[in-house]
Design a protein around this ligand. Structure first.
Ligand code: AQP
Length: 342
């Protein structure tokens, strides 16, 4: 029998990224990740995945998880990801993700996983810590490596997980002296370009969709008045001046980054525009700039809510993703010595 071989080299780079349906998507998810997805779809072969299995690492209400899985996919499309350009699918619809994850867990060390900062942060907030929360980065590595991914666009909170995915790929390739997995490159925007949007109530914490206090988050589906209220009550730093200084003015710097990315104005332009005007006027304008960015997304989201529309997109996505995933899984199973299915 012929052994499964490495795939032929590709001309176009392949991009993979996932978003968990663990809450209502935030402006942080949009500016740090989704906005870049919409750009990359024109220059790469893109796979964008609703990573529902990742969401199960912390307790989820089944009905909410079901609805949010559909909603995250709708938001992908509403933000501008074109299902004809990019493959949009649900992680659990391609069982190869879980199968590869187990195989990779058997090549990952316990100490590597316990070092992960996101694990430590999330575990500290849970009453009961599941083993899934610990092994989450291995499933993420499987998501990426399964598709021979070249590049992974993520916010900077995912940097450590991506480094682990690279380490695992190198380890496996070295063990078998063969390029079983492509070693993926991160695509992480710097902070001032949206790599880490911070919580409006605590600029030392990142904006997170599952945060306990929703006042610190701007959800992409928040009504305009809620957005205005949240920005008005956002914490600021001492002094009245508006300038970019992550260390000494973390709150204002975060608001400036949001303003800049939503309006297209540079940080210098914003600084000049609001020189001497204080925080009030700046926040008022910021709220309008954010509302203008989010309103078209919300309109498209509503249009996609007709039954069957998003389900069809996800079904097509699975049909495109699965055949890309299986050859890599089968090759790795073969090299590990697992008996081939006849
Ligand atoms: N605050 C953020 N700034 C910039 N990028 C961010 N991302 C998340 N928060 C920010 C990026 O969004 C993508 C999807 O994230 P995820 O669903 O994989 O989960 P996460 O990174 O753990 O994001 P959240 O919103 O904080 O979710 P919960 O609360 O469930 O943990 C990723 O590319 C992420 O980097």
């Amino acid at each position: 029998m012929q052994r499964p071989q490495s795939p032929a080299p590709r001309i176009m780079k392949r991009v993979f990224s996932g978003v968990q349906p663990s809450g209502s998507l935030t402006l942080g998810n949009y500016l740090g990740a989704l906005r870049n997805f919409t750009k990359l779809q024109h220059e790469a072969e893109c796979l964008f995945c609703v990573v529902d299995l990742h969401a199960l690492t912390v307790p989820q209400d089944p009905k909410e998880l079901y609805q949010r899985t559909l909603d995250v996919a709708r938001i992908f499309v509403a933000c501008g990801i074109d299902p004809k350009q990019a493959t949009i699918f649900v992680q659990s619809h391609v069982p190869a993700h879980s199968e590869l994850s187990w195989l990779l867990e058997c090549t990952t060390y316990d100490g590597e996983l316990r070092r992960m900062t996101q694990y430590k942060d999330k575990a500290a907030k849970q009453e009961v810590v599941t083993s899934g929360l610990l092994t989450y980065p291995v499933l993420m590595a499987a998501d990426i490596l399964l598709y021979q991914t070249d590049e992974v666009p993520v916010g900077d909170d995912q940097k450590q997980h991506l480094e682990l995915a690279r380490d695992i790929a190198v380890r496996v390739n070295n063990r078998f002296d063969e390029a079983i997995f492509k070693v993926p490159k991160p695509y992480i925007p710097p902070r001032a370009a949206g790599g880490r949007i911070m919580n409006l109530q605590d600029p030392m914490e990142k904006m997170s969709k599952s945060a306990e206090n929703p006042r610190g988050n701007i959800a992409l589906l928040d009504p305009p008045d809620a957005i205005r209220r949240k920005i008005k009550s956002a914490v600021t730093d001492s002094g009245r001046e508006i300038y970019y200084d992550e260390e000494n003015k973390p709150a204002v710097s975060n608001l400036m980054v949001i303003y800049s990315l939503c309006s297209g104005d540079s940080l210098e332009e914003i600084q000049d525009k609001y020189a001497g005007s204080g925080y009030g006027k700046f926040k008022e304008d910021l709220a309008e700039v954010v509302v203008e960015t989010i309103t078209p997304i919300q309109k498209r989201f509503a249009e996609l809510s007709e039954p069957g529309v998003i389900e069809d997109i996800l079904s097509d996505g699975r049909k495109k993703a699965e055949p890309l995933a299986i050859p890599t899984l089968e090759r790795f199973q073969d090299r590990l010595g697992l008996l081939a299915r006849s």
